[in-house]
Design a protein around this ligand. Structure first.
Ligand code: APR
Length: 313
């Protein structure tokens, strides 16, 4: 019997719940939101697809009732506010840090053994906050960014190569922001063939650039951030943990000297299993990739500094 809680029943949270339920990754899923009725309504809507899509996961929605989340094996945190026009980065971090911190405290009161998946933005900073303030073992805190960015990387590669995205291998590491992520084009492959043998340098550079602005492109089109790919990326990660699949997916995790960085949470490839992230895969970066990773760490660290200035960590 496994139980998942998803905090935040907005676009991303509800889509995570929908994909998790339809793939029967848990027996029970609780959707929680602070806004009255929204989680209840979305969970009933999802449950009314069960007869059509033939799944047995039981989804229930609650308004801010953490008792209902009792004994969750895994909790996905999507609660927060999106950045609004005129809002500074500091204001966004301040508001979402308050939300993520209080949500985590409430969650852990009822599910002290849970694995936490952090999606709220700025995701690298929210993951770092959770590592610093929750007193959980670091391997039980997983930031969901790299899995999504890597899926977008494969989408752009698949278009450039005219092959199915599922036939491609490719990792995005570093921060989740559009200037901090690093699509590792040198390691990307089509069934083992390096994509550098199949694409011109110009096309490869375009794929990297498109991947980096992948989220922003959708925000401009939709007027808010995307949800289908974030929901599916979250479900892949959840599946590897709950089914102990030991898949390697890029996730934001606490670094302790790996990739030359410490006291930071940043995207690297990790093995995901029943203990959370179980191992960091150490790619041998070349000098320019390592320089990009260090630059990404500097940018994320400057955002993390806001937490210390606000005395949240
Ligand atoms: N407790 C529970 N739910 C909360 C809280 C809280 N303290 N504060 C806000 N929420 C809920 C809101 O009521 C809303 O329903 O979080 C939900 C957020 O949903 P959306 O505004 O639709 O945002 P969404 O697009 O789902 O994105 C959620 O994921 O990708 C990131 O940048 C994105 O940080 C954002 C998060």
């Amino acid at each position: 019997m496994s139980k998942i809680t998803v905090i935040g029943a907005g676009n991303v949270g509800a889509t995570c719940a929908d994909v998790i339920a339809s793939r029967e990754l848990a027996d029970e899923l609780v959707l929680l939101d602070i806004k009255k009725g929204i989680a209840e309504g979305k969970s009933i809507d999802i449950m009314q697809t069960a007869a059509l899509r033939e799944f047995n996961t039981r989804v229930t929605g609650v308004t801010d009732d953490y008792a209902a989340t009792e004994g969750s094996d895994l909790v996905v945190i999507t609660s927060g506010i999106p950045r609004k026009p005129g809002m500074t980065r500091e204001e966004l971090i301040g508001t979402n840090a308050g939300i993520v911190k209080s949500v985590t405290e409430n969650v852990l009161k009822h599910s002290p053994k849970a694995i936490l998946v952090v999606i709220s933005n700025p995701m690298d900073t929210m993951t770092y906050l959770t590592v610093k303030t929750s007193s959980l073992p670091a391997n039980r805190i997983i930031g969901m960014g790299g899995t999504l960015d890597s899926a977008r990387f494969k989408y752009y590669l698949s278009r450039a190569l005219n092959v199915p995205a599922s036939e491609l291998q490719g990792f995005v590491i570093g921060g989740h922001g559009d200037t901090t992520m690093i699509p590792l084009i040198r390691f990307a492959a089509y069934n083992g063939i390096p994509v550098s043998e199949l694409l011109t340098p110009e096309t490869a550079a375009q794929v990297v650039a498109d991947t980096m602005k992948g989220g922003a492109t959708l925000t401009a089109l939709l007027g808010t951030s995307a949800w289908y790919a974030p929901g599916a990326a979250c479900a892949s990660l959840v599946e590897s943990v709950l089914r102990d699949q030991k898949r390697v997916l890029p996730c934001c995790v606490s670094l302790n000297g790996e990739y030359g960085q410490s006291d930071i949470a940043l995207g690297v490839p990790v093995v995901l299993g029943k203990n959370g992230w179980e191992k960091i895969i150490d790619y041998k970066l070349d000098a320019s990739e390592q320089a990009a990773f260090n630059k990404s760490a500097d940018a994320v660290r400057s955002m993390n500094k806001v937490l210390a200035e606000m005395k949240v960590v």
